[in-house]
Design a protein around this ligand. Sequence first.
Ligand SMILES: Nc1ncnc2c1ncn2[C@@H]1O[C@H](COP(=O)(O)OP(=O)(O)O)[C@@H](O)[C@H]1O
Ligand SMILES: [Mg+2]
Length: 465
Amino acid sequence: MTTGTSSYSLLKRLTLAFSTVAILVFALTGAFLYHALSTELQRRDDIEISGKLSQFLQLARDARSAQAVRNNPSVFHEVLLSHPGVYLAIFDRQGAVLLQHSDRSSVDLTATPVAHRPNAPYACEPPGIGPSRCVFADETLPSGDSVRVLLVRTAADRQSLLEGYRIDIWLAVAVGAALVGALGYAVARRGFSPVRSIGRQTSRIEAHNLSERLDIEGGPIELQDIAFSVNRMLDRLERAFVRLSQFSSDLAHDMRTPLANVISSSQVTLSRTRTTDEYEALIDSNIEECERLQRMIESMLFLARTDSAQQLVKFAEFDAQSELRRLASYFQGLAEEAGVQIAVEGNARISADGTLFRRAVSNLISNALDHAFAGSSVELSSFDSPEYAVVEVTNQGHAIAPEHVDRIFERFYRVDASRHGSARNAGLGLAIVKSIMELHRGKVDVASYGERTTFTLYFPRSVPV
Ligand SMILES: Nc1ncnc2c1ncn2[C@@H]1O[C@H](COP(=O)(O)OP(=O)(O)O)[C@@H](O)[C@H]1O
Ligand SMILES: [Mg+2]
């Protein structure tokens, strides 16, 4: 699954780390135990020879004189029969050997180095015995003779025991590290199974099943956080995707109608010979339909641009009143046609992009004129509030039903499509108003009660640059 030279397997790394740590810990523990055992064994040897030393001193005292010791060595030998590896030598004042006990003829204790302190065991290496523990003591016998008793205990058995123990420790370290590595691998693999599961689940998600969500119920918190974020991302993608699909199907649908009108009226007209007037009427109506298509495409392009925020907003400060007056006179012709008055009042200072401002308000005025009762008046007003510069477009007409209010800002949404069936509107006007307000970081609101409908534009006072 992994590729590239710089990639690595976390699983392998963890296994390696487990094993390394295990080797370290086991080796340290082994070294400690080895040292403890070795010290303990040596201590026991020391206790053994120290005990024997006092026993031999007593035997020497019992013998009373050096001569007696030399003549009667068997009492000393007997004691040592049950202690293989322990050697004894008794010297007189001049250092001549009175007695020597050894199981080997090669052993000669006369050359054994003697430590400074009597009665304290020390490490020594007498010829023929090798590494050992030694202890000695000087004693004056009842006869007045001075003797020195030297005891030696070979370390050979202790060393061979320790050697076996060392091998065991290395074995334990090796087997332990291998075991920890294997167990660690198994545990880590199990721990990583939610990660693999996330991988599998994400690779299954495509455009047609965007509604699927990652599920790692019972997985570790960290992964649940990731899954949660991914799921939220999927929510957003899904919403955007649904909007886009809806948008394109609406678009296709809305472009079909004018095209069908053009085609069918052209076909009907061409079915027999017509007068010039009739041809003119056809061309006129075709141009109207084409203009409708053109406007729709232009609106779509506008929305697409604002969607990707490529539309740059050029903020400028201006008086709302003069702009609204200019727009009112621009719509004068349409208003007269509808038998409606346009009134302008209030004077706010607005910071906005002039072109976008005119476009937003125009869309509102055009809607207001569409829905105003004949003989009523459309009011354009503006005022300042602490946070916003506010522009309102109010008309008297049938109110928008509450169930539609939330949706009229959606693209292609029209409350009564049939009413404007052949008209210039595609249901994009308010969507554009909303986009424009978002570009200004402002907002648009609507209140529609009784026979009054008011659309309100809020332009923030302090505009982020
Ligand atoms: N002033 C208004 N009074 C009543 N209904 C309105 C008013 N303005 C907008 N609407 C409703 O909102 C819908 C969406 O408006 P809009 O986006 O401008 O689309 P269009 O004008 O193309 O129908 C309209 O179809 C209309 O039903
Ligand atoms: Mg409109």
